[in-house]
Design a protein around this ligand. Structure first.
Ligand code: TPP
Length: 629
């Protein structure tokens, strides 16, 4: 037994926490932080958010009885401590790896995990539904707990949920606001200011200290007593912190409470639990707490790290040039040249490559919070008023705003450029982070131009082209990670670029975006076996160029390759268009099958799906053999 982890090693379920003394709890919190730094620095993961919720998680699991009282983690990236105290500490060496522990809650892993998607701002809606079901079943002794960050609270769904939750006066639903004042960067907007007011009202906090000691000595006599005491508190709070927004919405508000003070937290949560209706507990925490490199990191408090040195927090490997950084530099250049270029992010300034633009042009950068729907329609408003907005989001998060792209942007012929980072398989973050839906979803949008660059040069070119389009949405998609070597065109035609082989070859791979290297590798190995294959990169994927279809109609076999869904994808559309011409051309669409992909690395998934060079070559060989028989 590691003496430094003596207590932690005895914790296998939440019940094991309940017998601990305050002193032991403090030691356990230390051990958990040490454990997190040691494990997450070796695997990569969400270090900062989890270091911030150690006491909060221990307190929730001591006051509530999971899984009888469901505990829902909004977004889910902050559930590592919850995993540790629900018996999964031993699996942390495998965090985010194939067959290993998921980086998010996972219902397969534990009965204590209720929801598992990583798209933010959903937990309160799930909680509302569960609380309604408990009420209908007459299970009034069960509580529902939803932990939501100040960042996730900027998402519209949380407010739709609160509007409903406030109606359920006798449903015991506890919203724990984990307020660390940060999303990745500081959380912005009116709500953030409101939380800041509550947080910094010293007079109120002092009053709470006093209130706590008085209340602490008062036996609990149920809701009426609480109401009376709380009403008294509210009077004073309104005096010192006049924006009682939550209470104006019809929710009891408890806080602010020091989210690193075990006793205060448990006091507040117990009061909330015993109240018997919807309550907000406002906990103030520090993102990255206890690990200095994280606490002092300006960019994002180690929101998510790769493999880092456990002492210094510095990356152990220098990252090669990324797709994101190529886009970032081109955007800055465009910003210097054109004053109408503005950039919009949904709370992900750094990860989507907008940080440098923001530094140069702060007045032209808009962080709208975790609000993708609003980001899109607000961009349309800007376009209407003469600007050219560049909306930079992860591919998976644009899913949130497809209707806005369709009805607000395309229907209004708005010149907005969408830059979709992390498109295709991202891998380690599991099903909800893969950007595999964008092409299938956007294929149905009329008058939308979409590009999938195969390398950095093409990314620069298509970005330049996209920002000149003023009457249509334009979309650029590229994957996570290193941009790699340039892949020059052998020649270019109206259909796109020929990037490998002889233009007369009867077998054509239509390679979309960043899979070009795999396509070339497949064509190369087939060429060595005597089968001539050409590789075409159309670069523009939507609308599909009619001249591309004309060129393909002369081939014997067309194989399309995309880092997106086969169903509804670009290849499927190309094959359908060829079939409609009644030519003899055979067509095979390669891509991602319609399924949720568990966490494992991008390269491992690509190999598994036959989307690497060997897999593509094998698929072509098999098709040719089948055609001969
Ligand atoms: C719909 C959606 N957009 C963007 C993200 C990316 N994202 C993950 S966590 C996060 C910030 C969350 O901040 P907060 O809720 O305050 O949690 P903290 O990490 O600060 O604990 C963002 C923007 C997401 N998960 N979902």
């Amino acid at each position: 037994m590691d003496p430094a982890m003596a207590l932690l090693e005895q914790i296998n379920s939440p019940a094991d926490l309940r017998s601990l003394t305050p002193e032991q709890l403090a030691i356990l919190a230390e051990e958990v932080r040490k454990f997190l730094v040691e494990k997450v620095s070796a695997t990569g993961g969400h270090l900062g958010p989890n270091l911030g919720v150690v006491e909060l998680t221990l307190a929730i699991h001591r006051v509530f009885e999971s899984p009888r009282d469901p505990i829902l983690w909004d977004t889910g990236h902050q559930a590592y401590v919850h995993k540790i105290v629900t018996g999964r500490a031993a699996a942390f060496d495998t965090l985010r790896q194939e067959q290993g522990l998921s980086g998010y809650p996972s219902r397969q892993e534990s009965v204590h995990d209720v929801i598992e998607n990583s798209h933010a701002s959903t937990a309160l809606s799930y909680a509302d539904g569960i609380a309604k079901a408990f009420e209908l079943a007459g299970e009034s002794d069960r509580h529902v707990v939803a932990v939501v960050g100040d960042g996730a609270l900027t998402g519209g769904m949380t407010w739709e949920a609160i509007n409903n939750i406030a109606e359920g006066k006798s449903r015991s639903l506890i919203i724990v606001v984990n307020d660390n004042a940060r999303s990745y960067s500081p959380t912005i907007g009116g709500l953030a200011s409101h939380l800041a007011t509550l947080r910094t009202t010293q007079g109120y906090e002092r009053f709470l200290d006093w209130g706590k000691s008085v209340l602490g000595r008062t036996p609990i006599v149920g809701a009426p007593m609480y109401e009376a005491l709380h009403g008294m508190k509210k009077g004073i709070k309104d005096f010192v912190a006049p924006q009682g927004m939550f209470e104006d919405l019809g929710l009891k508000y408890v806080g602010p409470v020091d989210g690193h003070n075990q006793e205060d937290l448990e006091f507040a949560l117990t009061r909330a639990r015993d109240f018997g209706g919807p309550v907000i507990v406002h906990a103030i925490t520090t993102k990255g707490r206890g690990f200095e490199p994280a606490e002092t990191d300006e960019a994002d408090r180690f929101h998510a790290v790769g493999v880092v040195d456990p002492q210094t927090g510095l990356p152990l490997k220098q990252a090669p040039e990324s797709w994101t950084s190529v886009f970032s530099s081109e955007l800055v250049k465009a910003g210097h040249e054109r004053r109408d270029i503005v950039a919009i992010t949904a709370a992900m300034l750094g990860p989507t490559g907008l940080a440098e633009f923001c530094q140069r042009f702060p007045e032209r950068t808009f962080d709208v919070g975790i609000a993708e729907q609003h980001a899109v329609t607000s961009a349309v408003g800007m376009a209407h008023a003469g600007l050219h907005p560049v909306v930079a989001v992860y591919s998976t998060f644009l899913n949130r705003a497809i209707d806005q792209v369709l009805m607000d942007c395309a229907l209004h012929q708005a010149g907005v450029t969408f830059v979709l980072d992390r498109a295709g398989i991202t891998g380690d973050d599991g099903p909800s982070h893969n950007g595999m839906w964008d092409m299938a979803l956007l294929r149905v949008v009329p008058d939308l131009l979409m590009f999938a660059p195969r390398d950095g040069t093409r990314l620069q070119q298509v970005f330049r082209r996209a920002i000149t389009v003023e009457n249509q949405p334009t979309v650029i998609r590229f994957p996570k990670g290193a941009v790699g070597q340039e892949i020059p065109a052998v020649n270019s035609g109206p259909y796109g670029d020929l990037i490998f082989g002889d233009p007369e070859a009867q077998i054509v791979i239509v390679s979309i975006g960043a899979l070009a290297n795999s396509a070339i590798s497949a064509a190369n190995s087939l060429a060595q076996l005597g089968t001539a294959v050409q590789v075409i990169d159309p670069v523009q994927v939507l609308p599909i160029n009619p001249e591309l279809i004309d060129a393909l109609a002369r081939a014997k076999l067309v194989v399309t390759l995309e880092d997106g869904l086969i169903d509804g994808g670009i290849g499927e559309s190309i094959c359908a268009q060829l079939a409609a011409l009644s030519v003899d051309t055979q067509c095979l669409a390669l891509g991602i099958p319609k399924q949720f992909l568990e966490h494992k690395s991008r390269s491992s998934w690509l190999t598994h799906m036959g989307l690497d060079g060997a897999g593509i070559a094998a698929a072509i060989t098999a098709r040719l053999r089948a055609a001969v028989q």
